[in-house]
Design a protein around this ligand. Structure first.
Ligand SMILES: NC(=O)c1ccc[n+]([C@@H]2O[C@H](COP(=O)([O-])OP(=O)(O)OC[C@H]3O[C@@H](n4cnc5c(N)ncnc54)[C@H](OP(=O)(O)O)[C@@H]3O)[C@@H](O)[C@H]2O)c1
Length: 526
């Protein structure tokens, strides 16, 4: 797997994606637009700081924060340190470590519309390169609201920052468009100036260790791939459940909803990794080709039959963790009569030889009973049951890959109950990453930022991938632009979503496998 210090070597993966060989990274300057914001504070800089502590940053490296908010270098550094102290997986920075990290961080308070902005950036980057006596890789990270992406890209190009294909890179945050048309427009602007190989579209989900491990599990083991198809698999269920509500993001969420915010990107990535064909090599275009193939094979949802394939919901008041919580419509920043969906479930078919006839069910929602992301592969029943079940229902084999917060894999199978009778009951075999791999997983942003510095785009979305994912959800977005006929809210906080989501599977004779937390006592023996 792609984990530093792992005792395993899995095929060629470890060689092509190892984080143990980064000492020779080229000198790098990282320019962060929108650096006064939440993302830089909470995710990007804590990730860079951890890379620094792990000696994984280039030896010659500097960060230039750019934003409009007036701040001195010292004020900017103080804010970033506060972010590291609060959000770094290693806890608070020590004074001595921070003193080594901070001098390479500086800030430029500027209005992007001003002609001086890019001249100032040029001179700052040139000064660093002169000091190092060498040209550097220049990374431009767009951490602003999406409305600022296109103007910044155009200004970067106007000032020649795009021209060196080998060393200039641009990182674009999600959301990548709000529908197919806007995603295409943003891709058109980016590719007008930057070559596709220079563009890194982040979906931080792909940087998570367990998400990458879906590939390792499938393609580095001989025993699963032969049964990973329509002959043995009955259905596949992908759940990304959140226990939290919208919290402080009400105003943003009102314009987004569950389909745009989660399903079009994170759940589509999980669909691709679960359904893709084996790659020939762990290389950016090879992996991304295989992922795009999945999206291209997804059968279109008929615009006049969306309700047969998609269910939306919105949470009402309810109880979560034995506490009363408010309805979505009573959250801050949310309209009283809002029809924004906080839950979305989808049934998709992947029309190719491997998956024909196997439904993929995807669901995501807020204020569900627990926070958990999991992929469950439900196998077909045995063709003939020669034994009795002692538990009433005979539970089919299933394999669940838990992605977060727990990282584990469980395999359910039948076992004979002890005793004189030959009587079966379902049991679970469980593998927990934390029990086996003692070192903590890096944060997704650590993995992804390092990949950008290395020039490795494997875990970033290509233009055609983003557009293919938008294309799948377009008929649903269009149908859902009309307010729902049944009244919202239609599920209580703390439940698994609206009744219709159960019916989506029940119509096919199936039911959702809800993620479960592993019982503490049943951890895999060390
Ligand atoms: N926060 C997260 O956890 C997260 C996760 C995934 C993706 N993202 C994405 O990452 C990007 C940044 O997120 P964020 O949470 O840091 O956003 P944010 O705090 O709202 O904005 C970042 C900064 O952008 C600047 N800004 C605001 N409006 C602008 C405008 N119209 N033009 C130019 N600059 C503007 C502001 O700085 P100044 O006013 O000082 O210029 C602000 O501090 C967004 O696209 C977001 O969707 C964020």
């Amino acid at each position: 797997m792609f984990h530093r210090g792992s005792p395993f070597v899995i095929g060629h993966f470890v060689f092509s994606h190892s984080k143990q060989m980064d000492s020779n990274l080229a000198p790098t300057t990282l320019v962060i637009f929108g650096s006064s914001g939440d993302l830089t504070w909470r995710k990007v800089v804590p990730a860079l700081y951890n890379l620094f502590l792990d000696d994984l940053l280039p030896e010659k490296f500097c960060i230039l924060g750019v934003a409009r908010k007036p701040m001195t270098d010292d004020e900017f550094r103080a804010r970033l340190r506060e972010g590291v102290d609060r959000f770094s997986r290693r806890g608070k920075a020590t004074d001595s470590d921070w003193r080594r990290f901070a001098p390479d961080v500086s800030y430029l308070a500027t209005d992007y519309a001003s002609t001086d902005t890019y001249a100032n950036i040029t001179s700052r980057l040139a000064a660093a390169e002169e000091g190092w006596k060498t040209k550097a890789t220049r990374i431009f990270y767009l951490a602003t609201p999406p409305s600022a992406f296109e103007p910044i890209v155009r200004d970067l190009a106007k000032n020649g920052f795009h021209s060196d294909r080998a060393s200039a890179r641009v990182v674009v945050e999600k959301p990548f468009g709000r529908d197919l048309e806007s995603a295409r427009a943003l891709n058109a602007t980016l590719t007008e100036f930057f070559h596709e190989s220079q563009i890194y579209r982040i979906d931080h989900y792909l940087g998570k260790e367990t998400v990458q491990n879906i590939m390792a599990f499938r393609f580095a083991n001989a025993m699963f791939e032969p049964i990973w198809n329509r002959r043995y698999i009955e259905n596949v269920q992908i759940t990304v459940a959140e226990r939290i509500g919208v919290e402080s993001r009400g105003a943003y969420y009102e314009k987004s909803g569950a389909l745009r915010d989660m399903l079009q990107n994170h759940l589509m990535q999980l669909l691709c990794l679960s359904a893709m064909e084996p790659p020939v090599a762990f290389e950016a275009d090879e992996i991304r080709n295989k992922m795009v193939d999945v999206l291209r094979a997804v059968r279109s949802v008929p615009p006049d039959g969306v309700e047969q394939f998609a269910v939306r919901g919105q949470y009402g008041a309810g109880r979560v963790d034995a506490k009363e919580v408010a309805a979505y419509r009573d959250e801050k920043g949310v309209a009283r009569g809002s029809t924004t969906e906080t839950f979305a479930a989808l049934k998709l078919h992947v029309d190719n030889w491997r998956w024909h006839g196997v439904p993929f069910y995807l669901r995501t929602g807020k204020r569900l009973p627990l926070s958990a992301s999991a992929v469950t592969v439900q196998f077909k029943p045995v063709p003939h049951q020669a034994f009795e079940s002692c538990q009433g229902d005979w539970l089919q084999n299933s394999l669940t890959i838990y992605i977060q917060p727990e990282e584990r894999i469980t395999l359910r199978f039948q076992a004979k109950q002890p005793g004189p009778q030959v009587c079966m009951m379902p049991v679970e075999m469980r593998f927990n990453y934390a029990d086996f791999f003692r070192s903590p997983s890096p944060e997704a942003y650590e993995t992804l930022l390092l990949d950008v510095m290395e020039g490795n785009a494997t875990l970033f979305m290509r233009a055609d991938q983003v557009e293919a994912a938008w294309k799948i959800v377009t008929p649903i977005l269009e149908a859902w632009s009309v307010p729902p006929t049944s009244d919202f809210p239609n599920y209580g906080a703390g439940s698994w979503g609206p009744e219709e989501a159960q019916s989506l599977l029940a119509r096919d004779g199936f039911s959702w496998r809800n993620p479960k937390m592993a019982p503490k006592s049943a951890a895999t023996p060390k």
